[in-house]
Design a protein around this ligand. Structure first.
Ligand SMILES: [Zn+2]
Ligand SMILES: [Zn+2]
Length: 293
């Protein structure tokens, strides 16, 4: 089964341009130098049809679609990894009309602060059968419960709260026929979650990859790895470190994300080895979503 992997955002926590900065990358006219906060989207058609059978985006507004009409147009499924502070803008740019599940990598602001913008999409999914599952490790779930107390508290009476439900993040999670495998990575002192789905993997905010996780990353077509800049940082890989892991993992193509304003798109890409490129907001890749493990 084929799906599409789309980069909703490829910037570091502050985004690019960075507020108050007038460096060459922040002032660049190249749209690929404008980076929203990091997140990706995985979408596919559950009934086994080809992804090219999907109605072209932007699709009809799901709000105006009856249940039967949705079924006839095929069960399009959408998974988002992280909902950062730019989630609403990213959903608009990519004409998102539904989200079937969210996976969280960790609880830092640039990865969770758009959760509340799931509200309108959650009403659509809720009418079809229930709340949107949010898969999160215990520490991430605790942060979400604290920040969005009005959403998660059993005492909450806020009528238009997001119809979402925290779910423990298992080693393997099946979402409408596609398996998401948790791939532990190191982010400074924290152990956080990366994900593998079919022949693609998304590892962001990486400063180290445990030996046991390399075994989960064999046979990839597309590997997404974070690489902040060239200068070392305590909790993020440099371009050089990421390129080293990329060589070892040996995916057909490696895409770098979570990029700071130190790296201009064009100049950085020209210097990267074959098979490694910077990703950019809006880039979409075909991915084989069959479980390989
Ligand atoms: Zn981050
Ligand atoms: Zn700058």
């Amino acid at each position: 089964m084929d799906g599409l992997l789309t980069f909703l955002g490829t910037g570091t926590s502050m985004g690019v341009p960075t507020l108050g900065c007038d460096c060459a990358v922040c002032a660049s006219e190249d749209p690929r130098d404008r980076r929203l906060r990091p997140s990706v989207l995985v979408r596919w058609r559950e009934t086994g049809g080809e992804i090219s059978d999907l109605p072209p985006f932007p699709q009809k507004n799901a709000e105006r679609m009856g249940h039967g009409e949705f079924a006839r147009s095929g069960h399009e499924r959408v998974v988002v990894i992280d909902t950062g502070p730019d989630f609403r803008e990213q959903a608009l740019r990519n004409s998102l009309t539904r989200v079937d599940a969210v996976f969280y990598t960790h609880s830092h602001a640039d990865h969770i602060l758009g959760m509340d913008d799931l509200r309108p999409l959650s009403f659509v999914v809720y009418r079809e059968g229930g709340p949107i599952p949010l898969y999160a490790a215990p520490e991430t779930a605790k942060a979400l419960e604290r920040i969005y107390e009005y959403t998660f508290s059993p005492q909450s009476t806020y009528p238009t709260r997001a119809r979402v439900q925290l779910q423990p993040l298992a080693e393997r999670t099946l979402v409408h026929g596609v398996e998401f495998l948790r791939v532990p990575v190191q982010h400074g002192e924290l152990e956080i979650a990366g994900f593998r789905f079919g022949r693609a993997a998304y590892l962001t905010d990486v400063s180290g990859i445990p030996e046991s996780s390399f075994a989960l990353l064999t046979g990839l077509d597309h590997l997404v790895l974070s690489a902040l800049r060239h200068k070392p940082h305590p909790s993020h890989a440099t371009v050089e470190q990421a390129a080293g892991w990329a060589r070892r993992i040996g995916a057909r193509q490696t895409w770098l994300t979570h990029i700071a304003h130190d790296l201009g798109h064009e100049a950085t890409n020209r210097a990267l080895p074959d098979g490694i490129r910077l990703a950019y907001d809006g880039l979409s890749l075909f991915v084989n979503l069959e479980t390989a493990h």
